[in-house]
Ligand binder design. Structure first.
Ligand SMILES: Nc1ncnc2c1ncn2[C@@H]1O[C@H](COP(=O)(O)OP(=O)(O)OP(=O)(O)O)[C@@H](O)[C@H]1O
Length: 622
């Protein structure tokens, strides 16, 4: 009983969602181009009305024009031609109106699609990083592709055709009633019986179609996962198991698809011929009724009725299909709206950063004061954490009571085991996430007061994941500072030692690399990322495993270049290879989110604690 209630509630909720989504979608369509929508709606009504009027006119055509002609010795075809022209006029209006709404809705759908894509992309750019932690990229991407496609189809085809079919049915029913209520009742009874059969088959086939979609998703998902892990599969010679598993999924898909199509192949001829069956029955019954004078049925009425009965049955079969695709598209629309409804990153900071015009490489903060004046504070790169606590989710705390004082120009190293919380600390500085308690100040200003864009502009960050954008090597380095001259790019590449491998590329700095980094190795991409951060020339640098994929020889050279660059800047360096951080001014050793040791290399070695063990352990490895 409870389960039934739960299912009922779920259904009511889904219907509620659909209505809200539909209303929102209609508003979106209406606001994209109100005139196109209005003209399309008028054209849809006109199409149905003209078609039904054309069919109704058959009665007059037969009774008033054709039958009198058969009784004339010398028939005068003039009035008949006139009537045929009128009928042609009805159909012509229907044809033009049909073309008009189909064309307008197609254009409108494109406009809506363009708008939705733009809105979604703009909104996505403003979402906090936390959103992307909880949603995988494939899922977000499918909102841009599948969901938008079904939405497009719904606006350009399903909705207008649904309206058109419904109006056709309503108008045809009205016209049939006006001709003969007896024949109409007979039509409705036969129709109801056929609908029963169709419903049975539709339910069966749609169950298997849904199953087919599910199995298809499984096959695709498995395929994608195995393709991504192809190398690992080969290395461990797991091909036979993988093939076996794939066969299981594929078999399930074949079964579901087979059954779905079996029902569908019975269904379509039945649906297609339902109209024909009715047509014959009406002709027989109508003829019998008229001949036996049971009801006053003229030849014209029977002729018009036959035509209208086709107009009545044909769209009904389509309506259920169109309704199905509307429901499917509404689910897609909901996913799109869900993304658009995600709360954007809040930025209530009022402190901004500006480059000093006069002295190259210097910056200042503009801090609004209570009295309305603006205080200028030189950016020095003094970062202080005071008892900071943080967790990515309320359930699990990651950082405990972190306090640190990174004085201007200091090189601060974060050391610790995998998962100790090193990257998380850097995520606090750039405010990818908000701390739970404690304070972080930047040159004495609480970072919450600094506008996020400006805060991030003051930080050069080389992330653990290197990412290249489609473009030349030159463009990719310049991504760090779009105003940099070619010479500045060369200089940054030289300092980061990226220029050595760039010169060996086919077209040097003009070589095009794609979004995945093309043929570059992980280490080469890291060198480009370092060059990119160097060119950004910002007061504070964060290097998160910036050189982890670079060979030790090159790393030493890069390190030398970087140390030159870091001179005078505050830097946070996260590295597993301790050799890169021994010269740091402050080394913070983290363990499960706690700072357990702090000091420089010599001090920490003297302590003979955790760092000492790590360092000496590394020596042993070497
Ligand atoms: N986006 C996230 N959402 C939830 N938990 C996360 C997220 N990122 C990291 N964590 C968790 O936070 C903890 C600290 O991770 P963090 O990346 O800061 O460690 P790390 O010291 O930098 O490790 P590594 O040396 O492997 O980079 C880990 O337990 C990790 O599972």
């Amino acid at each position: 009983m409870d389960l039934d209630k739960a299912a009922e509630n779920k259904n009511t909720n889904m219907k509620g969602h659909r209505t809200t989504t539909l209303m929102r979608l209609l508003k979106l369509i209406a606001s994209t181009s109100p005139w196109m929508l209005v003209v399309s709606l008028v054209a849809i009504v006109l199409t149905a009305a003209a078609t039904v009027a054309g069919s109704l006119f058959i009665e007059r055509l037969i009774n008033d024009y054709i039958i009198p002609l058969t009784k004339q010795a010398q028939p005068n075809f003039g009035p008949l031609w006139h009537a045929i022209t009128i009928m042609f006029g009805f159909y012509a209006i229907g044809f033009i109106a049909n073309y008009l709404f189909a064309m307008l809705m197609a254009v409108l759908a494109q406009k809506v699609q363009y708008r939705v894509r733009n809105e979604m992309f703009e909104h996505m750019e403003k979402l906090p990083i936390a959103y992307f932690d909880g949603n995988d990229y494939g899922d977000i991407m499918s909102r841009y592709t599948n969901d938008i496609d079904t939405l497009m189809q719904m606006i350009s085809q399903s909705i207008p055709q649904f309206l058109n079919s419904t109006l056709n049915v309503v108008f045809a029913l009205g016209a049939m009633l006006s001709l003969s209520w007896q024949l109409t009742i007979f039509t409705l009874i036969i129709f109801a019986l056929s609908i029963g059969v169709v419903r049975f088959l539709t339910t069966r086939s749609s169950h298997y179609f849904q199953l087919q979609q599910k199995e298809l998703g499984q096959v695709n998902g498995y395929n994608e996962e195995m393709l991504n892990g192809l190398k690992v599969i080969k290395v461990f010679s797991h091909e036979p198991e993988v093939e076996k598993n794939f066969d299981v999924y594929n078999q399930a898909l074949e079964d579901a698809a087979g059954k779905a199509n079996t029902y569908a192949t019975i269904l379509f001829p039945i649906m297609g011929n339902m109209g024909n069956l009715l047509y014959v029955l009406i002709a027989v019954l109508g003829g019998a009724v008229a001949i036996n004078h049971i009801a006053p049925l003229s030849l014209g009425v029977i002729g018009a009725f036959l035509q209208l009965s086709k107009q009545f049955t044909m769209p009904i079969a389509q309506i259920s299909q169109q309704l199905n695709s509307i429901v499917m598209a509404l689910a897609g629309a909901k996913r799109i709206f869900d993304l658009e409804d995600q709360a954007v990153e809040v930025d209530d900071g009022d402190v901004t950063i500006a480059k000093d015009e006069n002295v190259k490489g210097t910056w200042h903060w503009n801090v609004p004061q209570a009295d309305g004046t603006m205080q200028k504070i030189t950016v020095k790169g003094h970062i202080v954490f005071d008892q900071v606590n943080f967790g990515y989710s309320p359930k699990k705390q990651i950082l405990y009571d972190i306090s640190l004082d990174a004085k201007p120009g200091m090189k601060v190293a974060l050391v610790g085991e995998t998962g100790a919380g090193k990257t998380t600390i850097s995520n606090m500085i750039n405010r990818f996430y908000e701390i739970n308690s404690g304070t972080i100040t930047y040159d004495g200003i609480p970072i919450k007061r600094i506008k996020k864009d400006d805060l991030r502009r003051s930080l050069s960050i080389v992330l653990q994941d290197t990412h290249m954008f489609t473009g030349t090597v030159m463009d990719n380095i310049r991504f760090g500072n779009t105003e940099a001259s070619d010479d500045e790019v060369y200089q940054a590449a030289h300092l980061s030692h990226a220029d050595e491998f760039i010169h060996h590329l086919d077209e040097g700095y003009k070589t095009i690399i794609d979004g995945n980094g093309g043929d570059l190795s992980q280490g080469q991409m890291q060198l480009l990322s370092i060059a990119r951060a160097m060119i950004a020339d910002e007061p504070v640098m964060i290097l998160d495993e910036a050189t982890s994929s670079i060979d030790t020889q090159t790393e030493k050279l890069v390190q030398a270049g970087m140390d030159n660059l870091l001179a005078g800047r505050t830097s946070f360096v996260i590295a597993h290879r301790l050799s890169t951080i021994v010269n740091s001014d402050l080394i913070l050793v983290l363990d499960h989110g706690h700072i357990i040791e702090a000091g420089n290399h010599d001090e920490l070695l003297k302590e003979q604690g955790y760092y000492y063990e790590l360092y000496t352990g590394k020596k042993e490895i070497e």
